[in-house]
Design a protein around this ligand. Sequence first.
Ligand SMILES: Cc1cc2nc3c(=O)[nH]c(=O)nc-3n(C[C@H](O)[C@H](O)[C@H](O)COP(=O)(O)O)c2cc1C
Length: 361
Amino acid sequence: MKLLEPTQLSGIHLKNRMVMSSMTRSRADRNGVVGDLTVRYYTQRAGAGLILTEAINISAQATGSPLTPGIYTEEQIEGWKKVTRAVHDRGGVMYAQLWHTGRAGHSVDRGGAQPVAPSAVAISGMQHFTSQGMKAYETPRELSVEEIRQIVKDYGQAAKNAIAAGFDGVELHAANGYLPNQFLAETANRRTDLYGGSIPNKARFVLEVMEELIAAAGGDRVGIKIGTLHPYGDIGYDDPVATYTYLIEQLNTLDFSFVELMRQNPYFPPPARYPKIDEVELFGSMIRQLLIANGGYDRESGEAELQKGRAALISFGTLFLANPDLPERFARNSSLNEADRATMFGGGEQGYIDYPMLAEG
Ligand SMILES: Cc1cc2nc3c(=O)[nH]c(=O)nc-3n(C[C@H](O)[C@H](O)[C@H](O)COP(=O)(O)O)c2cc1C
């Protein structure tokens, strides 16, 4: 099957076309440093053609949730070096997903600091997972243009740190309602300066960050994740197709490695007023870079998507979480472990490194 065929990503050999998509697991220490359990977790999954790490905070300011890792201190970089070394030893390839949570965080896990965002508009309709239980979102502080420029630089530094930590590249997390996504969406961005108002202004931040990442790491080592219709984090667009058509056209002018396109999720349905579209079909046909399709795929639908020819790789989230040896299971067409929702975020070994692998042979 195509899913199991070796391929290339910007000149790097991938064992197969199966990508492990980013999943926050909240198992770093209080200083955002990953330890031995995380080394084991990723090493177990090194059979993936490409691993995209859990989202990694680019700065202290970027942090929004407890026990999420960072890549802005020496100690954090040293922690990741152990992970990349172990994954490379198993022939794996690994990109770090770079994260700024913006308004999707809480001051209790930010040393008391109010979250920052394009505009002072709180997330409504959902609560945030904090070290003190679920809490309502706070109204964030609007970023100044000077602060925005600093954040763009922070992304560049984080990319350099990721390369120093041994990652093969970085992925900008521009989906799921975090800072880059907040700039793109009318429900989060009410600015009237050069970062808000028109679609080009709202897309400016994402494009500036991409240029910074490309300058820092080299285009061959940079990807981006977008989720065009996903409303998670109180994200709404006046016109999602116009917004992402513009963004993709502009991304097409840059030289970088891949776009990971996350499809709509039945658990978080898009607003009824959005057009009914197949995102991979519509946006995939516009994207010039290598396309990774994500969202709700299994062995059959992932293979069918590859056969259609738009996507070169398929990324799997929950299936890789629960099945460390997912490519092997697909190869043998064997049964799959179910993911345990209770142990997804936080905790120790249970639900992290104890999902059973197939017996050898
Ligand atoms: C526990 C969990 C944590 C996640 N954390 C992240 C994250 O840190 N960054 C991200 O881009 N997506 C995150 N996602 C979304 C997944 O990467 C993926 O896009 C989504 O689960 C859809 O793919 P799937 O249907 O194959 O699981 C997370 C998903 C799960 C289940």
